[in-house]
Design a binder for this molecule. Structure first.
Ligand SMILES: [Zn+2]
Length: 314
């Protein structure tokens, strides 16, 4: 099923396909967590399916092989394990495979994701294939950061830009799929910085109220600066990367509200917060998020930051 906010992109793709005007290479671009991967997967399935239906039928031989991960006309390029880049050898091997005749479907389809992981040599090797397409093959590039790809690649792809969808549309979808309240969906979407799929994950997890919990913890510390150890122990249960992202978002919200001359709604009335300190704490949270992926003692990092936050109000 296509996510509701992708309906227009999907119709565009189907129209192009029906009119025989689908480009040899399509680039799906836009921020992370908004369904680009799902759109690419649906396109791959539709391009390979042997039935004439709006979406892949799920029943034909092609669809069954695809579901089993063994479709001979379907190719995928990702960075290999332990690497962050897609290398030139991988691209060369893909191009050689695309040159062979199709086994089952009417065309071969390759998905390159994330496309910006191609190093320069890999991108150049792909460029040759984009200039002289092999038969009926379709290349789908999925990309969060198109600016990292050479302009020569981007200019040869038909671009499908998936922007962050409209909030009401996403809230309707979150409410329906999670069976949670609109208020809960709204908090989850805020915690996910607008990414619908991440918000859906938050709602599905037992920690669905984690972002509110982070806000409450910060509010408690403003009222009771002595409770750092207790608050810190509670927050340390959360995933460190998410926690620092949320702390940074809380601070960003406090700064935004401060600039508009009011306090963020989770901050206790009468708190005395300095804009400069808020900005510094936000930067520190972003730095700590990066540090949390290293060998540093995460608990000390968190305590230190929370002490600085609690001191705000003293
Ligand atoms: Zn099918």
């Amino acid at each position: 099923m296509i996510y509701p906010w992708l309906a227009d992109h999907w119709s565009f793709f189907l129209r192009r396909l029906e009119q025989n005007r689908l480009a040899h290479a399509v680039m799906i671009e836009g921020p992370a967590g908004n369904g680009k991967h799902a759109l690419a997967s649906a396109m791959v399935a539709k391009l390979l399916c042997s039935e004439e239906q709006a979406e892949a039928c799920g029943q034909c031989r092609s669809c069954k092989l695809l579901a089993g991960g063994a479709h001979p006309d379907r190719f995928e390029l990702h960075p290999l394990e332990g690497s962050e880049v897609i290398k030139v050898e991988q691209v060369r091997s893909l191009i050689a495979s695309l040159d062979l005749t199709c086994s089952i479907s009417a065309r071969k389809v390759a998905c390159i994701e994330p496309a910006q992981s191609m190093n320069l040599a890999a991108a150049n090797a792909l460029l040759k294939s984009l200039e002289e397409p092999a038969g009926d093959a379709v290349l789908i590039l999925v990309c969060n950061e198109p600016a990292r790809l050479p302009v020569t690649i981007r200019s040869r792809c038909q671009s499908i830009v998936v922007n962050q969808p409209d909030t009401p549309l996403v809230l309707d979808w979150l409410e329906k799929t999670s069976a949670k309240s609109r208020a809960a969906a709204s908090v989850a979407l805020q915690a996910a910085a607008g990414s619908p799929l991440r918000a859906a994950r938050y709602l599905a997890s037992p920690e669905s109220n984690a972002y509110s919990r982070v806000q409450e913890s910060l509010a408690t510390l403003l009222a009771r600066p002595g409770s750092v150890s207790q608050i810190s122990a509670g927050l340390a249960e959360l995933d460190a990367d998410e926690l620092w992202r949320w702390l940074s978002m809380c601070l960003a919200e406090a700064v935004r509200s401060g600039m508009a001359g009011k306090a963020a709604n989770w901050i206790p009335a009468g708190s005395r917060l300095q804009m400069q300190s808020l900005l510094e704490l936000q930067k520190q949270a972003d730095d700590n998020r990066r540090l949390s992926a290293t060998q540093v003692r995460g608990d000390l990092l968190l305590q230190d930051w929370l002490i600085r936050w609690a001191e705000q109000n003293i």
